[in-house]
Design a protein around this ligand. Structure first.
Ligand code: B12
Length: 213
C-alpha cells in the first residue's frame, strides 16, 4: 500500500475532506480528469482488498462509494467537455447487469460517451437481460455496454449475449464489457466482443465501431 499516491491514500483512509481538497487542487493545476479518476481507482482497489481481508466492512465500502461520487460530481463537468466537436456520433446502450448495483464506473463511461457526442441510453443498474435485448431492438444501437463488478454476475453478462443471439441480433451488435474484476477470460466466458479496462478505452471502441477512428 506504500506506493499509493496521496489522493489514493486519502481515499483509502476515507478522509473525505482531504480527498475533496486534493481533487480541487489537481483540477486547478490542470490535471486531466481521467488521471484523477485513475488515481482514485487505485484507492478503490485497495479498499476492495481491505474489504476482502475483513479489515474494512460494508460501511467502509459504502462510505468510499459516497466519497467517490462526490469526486465524480466535481469531475463530471470537465469530462463532459473532453471533446465537443462531434455532433451525434451514434447510439450506445449501457447498463449494469442483473443483481449488480455498482454504477460509479458505468456512470463515468456514460459521461465520457456523452462528452464525446454519443447518444447514450443508460438503463441503470440491476438490468434484466430482456431489457437490454428489447432496448437494442428498439434503438438499433450498434454498441451495448455491460458493467459488472461481482464475480457472480458474470453469468448475467453471458445471459445478455445469449439472449441477443436468440433474438437474432448478435451479428448487428458489438458488446463491450467493463468493471474492475472483468478480464479477458470473463470476456470469453460472456461471449462479448470487447473488454474495456477503463472508460476511455470503451469510448475508443465505440468510436471505432461508428467509424470515427
Ligand atoms: C464502492 C463499492 C461498492 C458500493 C457501490 C456504490 C455504487 N453506487 O456503485 C456498494 C457499497 C454499494 C458496494 C456493494 C457491494 N459490493 Co462492492 N465494491 C465497491 C468498490 C470498493 C469500488 C467500486 C467502484 O466504484 N470503483 C471505482 C470505479 C470508477 O471503477 P470501476 O467500476 O471498475 O469502473 C471503471 C472501469 O472498470 C470501467 N468500467 C466499469 N464498467 C464499465 C462498463 C463499460 C461498458 C465500460 C466500457 C467500462 C466500464 O470504467 C470505469 C472507469 O475507468 C469495489 C472494489 C474494486 N476493486 O472495485 C468493491 C467490490 C466491487 N464490491 C464487492 C462486493 C463483494 C460487494 C457486495 C457483495 C458486498 C456485500 N457483502 O454486500 C455488495 C454487492 C451489492 C450489489 N448487489 O451490487 C467486491 C466484488 C468481488 C467480486 N469480484 O465478486 C469488490 C471487488 C470488493 C472486494 N475486493 O471484495 N460496493
Amino acid at each position: 500500500m506504500s506506493n499509493l499516491t496521496q489522493l489514493a491514500r486519502a481515499l483509502v483512509d476515507l478522509d473525505e475532506e482531504l480527498v475533496s481538497s486534493l481533487v480541487k487542487q489537481k483540477i486547478e493545476a490542470g490535471e486531466p480528469p481521467l488521471n484523477i479518476i485513475k488515481e482514485c481507482n487505485e484507492g478503490m482497489g485497495q479498499i476492495g482488498k481491505l474489504f476482502e481481508t475483513n479489515e474494512y466492512y460494508l460501511s467502509e465500502l459504502i462510505m468510499s462509494g459516497e466519497i467517490l461520487k462526490g469526486v465524480m460530481s466535481e469531475l463530471e463537468p470537465l469530462l463532459a467537455n473532453v471533446e465537443k466537436d462531434s455532433s451525434s456520433a451514434g447510439v450506445v446502450v449501457i447498463g449494469t447487469v442483473k443483481d449488480d448495483i455498482h454504477d460509479i464506473g458505468k456512470n463515468i463511461v456514460v459521461t465520457l460517451l456523452k462528452g464525446t457526442g454519443f447518444e447514450v441510453v443508460d438503463l441503470g443498474v440491476d438490468v434484466p437481460a430482456e431489457t437490454f435485448v428489447k432496448t437494442m431492438r428498439e434503438t438499433g444501437a450498434k454498441v451495448l455496454g455491460l458493467s459488472a463488478l461481482l464475480n457472480f454476475t458474470f453469468p448475467a453478462m453471458k445471459e445478455v449475449v445469449d439472449q441477443l443471439a436468440a433474438a437474432g441480433l448478435r451479428d448487428k451488435v458489438k458488446v463491450m464489457i467493463g468493471g474492475a474484476p472483468c478480464n479477458e477470460e470473463v470476456r470469453q466466458f460472456a461471449g462479448a466482443d470487447f473488454l474495456a479496462k477503463d472508460a476511455a478505452t470503451g469510448v475508443s471502441f465505440c468510436k471505432q465501431i461508428y467509424g470515427q477512428n
